[in-house]
Ligand binder design. Sequence first.
Ligand code: 2YG
Length: 270
Amino acid sequence: MTRLTTEDLIHGPNDLTAYDKQLKRITGLGLLDLALKTSDMTLDQYGSRAESLSRVAVIPLTIGRGVISDFSEKVAELGCYLGLPCRVTKARDVEGWGEAVAGGCEMIICADDKTFLALNLVSRRVVENGAATGAIYAVALSAAAGGVAERPVGVLGLGPVGRAAVNRLREQGARIIVYERDQEKQTDFLSNRNGIRGMGSVDEVIKETDLVLDATNTSDLIRVSELERRLTLSAPGVPLGVDDPDSVMVQLIHDPLQLGVAAMMVQALA
Ligand code: 2YG
């Protein structure tokens, strides 16, 4: 499980309006559109649900390796950008929960070192970051590609994010090729999933398709200089797996937190 650093957050999108435009340029959809598409929710449905919220609390948790500075702030900033009344509690941990619930919040977002959740206290819906992240990055890849039905799509990494991405891409009719560094894990994964092909290396995946979702936490996975065709890369994995993200040979969808959190918040409202 990747643990974000403050560095990752600082290097991520700091101007959400600009990031929204960049997503629209690549996928034809903005941040909220992608999150709505992932939850199959209309803007009107979202609007009325968002209106019913009086407060969304992000609670810093000191458990384990402790608070990541700017993590809760970035989550709250994203919530506000999506039009939700989102703020970081003054107190942390249990005291922060008391502040949030006493303050009448209907949704709480918090993360320890293992689990990152959005909890809707009214509907009791609980959304996990990995599942939401894999789904929205699959939707973004499909949007950028103009649809993936009957097309080969590569998924790198079979952790919670990669598996959620595989599920969503399968629903969209993609012909999926996977590569997982732990080949035993890959074999297990494929044992009851017919129709999905497993590869022995990243290069073999890229030979088969220029639509790739990188859900690994490996940094030097894809060398742009070796690409023969332009790659559409949807990359929830942190650190980023491509060595030259600004190259014209890569159409890149990537951030350390934002798309996954947008998907969590919308899904928690569904
Ligand atoms: O409240 C805090 O500041 C800390 N307890 C947050 C700890 C988060 C640890 N988890 C991660 O860094 C990642 N698994 C979060 C997911 C990254 C986006 N896919």
